[in-house]
Structure formats: structure tokens, C-alpha cells
Design a protein around this ligand. Structure first.
Ligand SMILES: [Zn+2]
Length: 298
């Protein structure tokens, strides 16, 4: 059973998982405009509007007066004793409110050169935007980078984002940030297939839909386990309404199946779970509720 032994600030959350030291560290936050507006990101793009209003109200969110949703952009550092692993690199210079990962690591006594493995759950801007430093050099120069084979193949080709219900500027941002942060890694990237144990105690699990090669990461040490579900869900409402997907889901038809598979396991096994965009640090448990699930933060 997971034992709580934590130190927490608004930016950093440390805990022990078996023999591993874990640190959830914020790269900053980003304010998404309300779904009621004409926006770049709509978290619930296919939700029937009457039902959406009802559900938002239950979460004390009013679709008309709600002007923005502030989402955390966390990264996870795992010190396994053998490796110092970083999962996702944040958004980097994407926004003035992001790019705080490296200064946060310094504050914890970790140098970017200490990181020897970087796992990228997927190639959206808020997960790969910190791959490079401000001079365009690799931000973690001693690391081998790892990403799902399907994810790499999709973004490094000329992907067709034509079907996404976002404007052309949004599509260009997605494409540009992915490509400019992936191409420089080509000599040191390991393309991974789902279910491989890629580092002792760390295994990637296919979670396609949000992006074609989106992956969850299962971390196991001694009798403890953490399931990092990345962007399988973006908001706690997605637990209740697993069919509602965001406007940036590249393969929306896969989103609900992926959620059902991963959330069923997490709730049955009572696995400690990390969801990237839930209120910081996004660590808690997924509990079964009716036809869906609910979030219980730690
Ligand atoms: Zn994300």
C-alpha cells in the first residue's frame, strides 16, 4: 500500500514510491479560455450543450461567466537509484507563464545534466516544449529520450490536422512545437512500443486517442505502484463523462475506449494515479462512480 510521506509546495510535490524518490514539479500554468467562447482549446467539444451546462454547474463552473480554466503543466522526476528519469518537459517558452521546470529542478538540487532518461508521453506543446533550452540546445544533454513509435512517426511526418476542430493558427502551433522539439532529438531517441519495460520498474502503456502514440507510464517499486495517465483525461469531468473529448484529440474515436481500459484498471487496483492537468500535483485515486469515475485527490 502506498504510504504518504510527502513534502509539498505549490510548485513541487515529493513522495516515496517503494525504493524510488518521486518529484512532481511544475513547469508553470496556462489559462485556457472558456468553452463558451470561440477558443483554441475546448475540453468538451462533443458534449451536448444542455448536459454540459448541467455538469459544469455541478462543478461550480458557469459556462457563461467562466472566462478561463487555469491548467497546471507538471513534469515528474523519478530517481530509481540507477536512473534519474524525467517524464515530459513542460511547455518551455510556449507562454510567459511556463518554462519553470529547470529553475524548479535547480531549487531541488537537481541539475539538467543529472537526468539520464526523458520519457515523452506525447508530443503536444505542453509535454515536449521544454526539450530545448533558450539557445535551441538539448535542455537535458546527457539524456536518452524515449517516445512512442507511433507518436514519433505521426509528428515527424507531415501530419494531417485538417479534421481538428480548431483554427489554422492552433494547428500550426501544434505542428511547429512538435516538430521543432522532436527533430533535434533524432540521434538520441529510443522509439518505444507499448508494454515494454523501458527502464527497470518503468513500463509504458498504450493510451491512443488524445494523440496517435499517447502513452501512460506505469512505475513500480517494491509493492508500490504509480500510474501516470498523462492526458488520458484533461479535466475531472472527463472521468464522469468519458465520451467527451477535447478539440485537440487527434483520434477522438479512440479516446473513450482508452479511458475505459485505463480507468477500469486504476480504479479496480486502487492504483495511485497522476493526471497531468488535474489540480496540482494531480496525484490521487480514481474511484468508480455510476457509469463513470470520480477523482479523489491525495
Ligand atoms: Zn497536456
Amino acid at each position: 500500500m502506498f504510504k504518504v510521506n510527502v513534502a509539498m509546495s505549490a510548485q513541487r510535490f515529493r513522495f516515496r514510491l517503494g525504493d524510488f524518490d518521486c518529484l512532481v514539479i511544475s513547469d508553470g500554468t496556462f489559462a485556457y479560455p472558456s468553452p463558451a467562447q470561440n477558443v483554441f482549446i475546448n475540453f468538451f467539444v462533443n458534449a451536448p450543450s444542455a448536459r454540459l451546462t448541467q455538469v459544469l454547474r455541478r462543478h461550480n463552473l458557469d459556462a457563461d461567466s467562466w472566462t478561463e480554466y487555469v491548467s497546471p503543466y507538471p513534469c515528474l522526476v523519478i530517481d530509481t537509484g540507477q536512473h534519474r528519469v524525467l517524464i515530459d518537459t513542460g511547455a518551455g517558452s510556449f507562454s510567459p507563464t511556463t518554462g519553470q521546470l529547470v529553475s524548479g529542478l535547480h531549487a531541488e538540487g537537481i541539475q539538467p545534466t543529472d537526468i539520464d532518461r526523458v520519457i515523452l508521453t506525447h508530443a503536444h506543446p505542453d509535454h515536449v516544449g521544454g526539450n530545448l533550452d533558450r539557445d535551441g540546445k538539448l535542455a537535458f544533454p546527457n539524456a536518452t529520450y524515449m517516445i512512442g513509435r507511433d507518436e514519433w512517426t505521426f509528428w515527424t511526418a507531415q501530419p494531417n490536422l485538417g479534421d481538428l476542430p480548431i483554427d489554422d493558427h492552433g494547428k500550426q502551433i501544434l505542428m511547429h512545437v512538435a516538430q521543432s522539439n522532436l527533430h533535434p532529438l533524432r540521434d538520441r531517441i529510443d522509439l518505444i512500443d507499448p508494454d515494454e519495460e523501458i527502464i527497470p520498474g518503468i513500463r509504458c502503456i498504450a493510451a491512443p486517442g488524445h494523440t496517435p502514440g499517447h502513452m501512460a507510464v506505469e512505475v513500480t517499486s517494491a509493492r508500490d505502484q504509480l500510474l501516470h495517465i498523462a492526458d488520458t483525461v484533461l479535466h475531472p469531468i472527463h472521468l464522469e463523462e468519458p465520451n467527451w473529448h477535447s478539440a485537440v484529440a487527434i483520434h477522438p474515436h479512440q479516446v473513450a475506449d482508452t479511458r475505459r481500459r485505463i480507468l477500469t484498471t486504476a480504479s479496480k487496483e486502487k492504483t495511485l494515479t497522476l493526471a497531468s492537468h488535474f489540480p496540482f500535483p494531480g496525484v490521487g485515486h480514481v474511484r468508480r462512480q455510476g457509469e463513470g469515475w470520480r477523482w479523489q485527490p491525495i
